[in-house]
Design a protein around this ligand. Structure first.
Ligand SMILES: [Zn+2]
Length: 339
């Protein structure tokens, strides 16, 4: 098969790779009707995260089970399944507490920008749908694998409650789906921080009530104005830079909470400022597996349509253009179709 490999900065190749095979009796092989590029794939693409050897790319996936190892019990060939970007056994103490991305046996899932892939720990990682989804529902199910689950975790970590005032920092796919998540959790006011017209439109469609275009200190001042000097109850930090993290904490009211899901790059916090802020911090790699059954139901019932974040669709062989479009912010998120 042909699949996506990153060789170095801005060097994405679509090239011949060995077909995935069952390596462990707990593995499954799935066929991917669609796949996509993640905002986090841009860190190595831009050279901010070093690429030391050619890397099979892609960690968001849903599709049809083709083959399972001899120990797999919960999924069967032909079934439609969705999994998280981290494989987990779903039985260890951390999984049972709902933190599957901290599973004692956790391992990253890679190689999803391909027609087929291997998923380790299939019983713990994959969640099957009751019915085979309609084709138009599949992009929304794909979004659950990472960006929707991550936006949901951001909102939960930020303790979004009915009636709350929420700020979302970051207008990438995760931030936009953080807006959607906060809306689902009953937030009354959702302030999206965004400078891009197309993203502002989608933010409003997902439930944003206000848009703030200022950043940094000016952004914080604007939030203070909008909240009559109080600050937000909940702030979702969906970027991962020093500026975005400080902005998130400063926009939160005493006793409020920041849910941070942007992978930190160069973030360091001053203990004394944090101490006097009275802000709760919770975040990390989203335990997407915990939310999959609930989010699958919300997609099947038509309550949410997170697949709207895909604003560029390309054949998989044009994956390099998909990266360029996201790097240049011409696209929010690229959907890829294996032929
Ligand atoms: Zn576990």
């Amino acid at each position: 098969m042909h699949a996506t490999v990153l060789y170095g900065e801005r060097d994405v190749r679509f090239e011949d790779r060995p077909d995935p095979a069952i390596l462990e009796p707990t593995d499954a092989i799935i066929r991917l009707p669609v796949t996509c590029i993640c905002g986090s794939d841009l860190w190595p693409y831009r050279g901010i995260q070093a690429v030391t050897s050619p890397a099979a790319m892609g960690h968001e996936y849903c599709g049809f089970v083709e083959e399972v190892g001899s120990d797999v019990r919960s999924v069967t060939p032909g079934q439609f399944v969705i999994g998280s970007f981290f494989a987990s056994d779903n039985t260890c103490p951390h999984c049972r507490r709902g933190y599957q991305t901290s599973c004692e046996r956790s391992q990253p899932v890679v190689g999803a920008q391909a027609p087929r892939m291997r998923v380790p720990l299939a019983d713990g990682t994959l969640v099957g749908t009751r019915d085979v989804p309609d084709a138009d529902m599949i992009p929304s199910l794909l979004a659950l694998s990472d960006v929707m689950g991550t936006g949901w975790f951001a909102a939960e970590a930020a303790r979004v409650q009915p009636g709350a005032t929420v700020v979302v920092v970051g207008d990438g796919a995760v931030g936009l789906l953080g807006v959607l998540s906060a809306k689902q959790m009953g937030a009354e006011r959702i302030i999206a921080m965004s400078r891009h017209a197309s993203r502002q439109i989608l933010a409003r469609e997902f439930g944003a009530t206000d848009i703030v275009t200022e950043r940094g200190t000016e952004g914080v001042e604007r939030i203070e104005q909008l909240t009559h000097g109080v600050g937000a109850d909940s702030v979702l930090e969906c970027v991962g830079t020093q500026e975005s993290m400080l902005q998130a904490i400063a926009a939160t009211r005493p006793g409020g909470a920041v849910g941070y899901v942007g992978v930190p790059h160069g973030v360091s916090l001053d203990g004394r400022s944090l101490f006097f802020s009275h802000v709760h911090l919770h975040g990390g790699p989203a335990p997407v597996r915990r939310y999959l059954p609930q989010l699958i139901d919300l997609v099947f019932s038509g309550t949410i349509n997170p697949g709207k974040v895909f604003d560029l669709v390309l054949p998989l062989q044009q994956v390099a253009e998909g990266y360029r479009a996201m790097d240049e912010r011409r696209a929010i998120k690229t959907l890829l179709r294996p032929s």
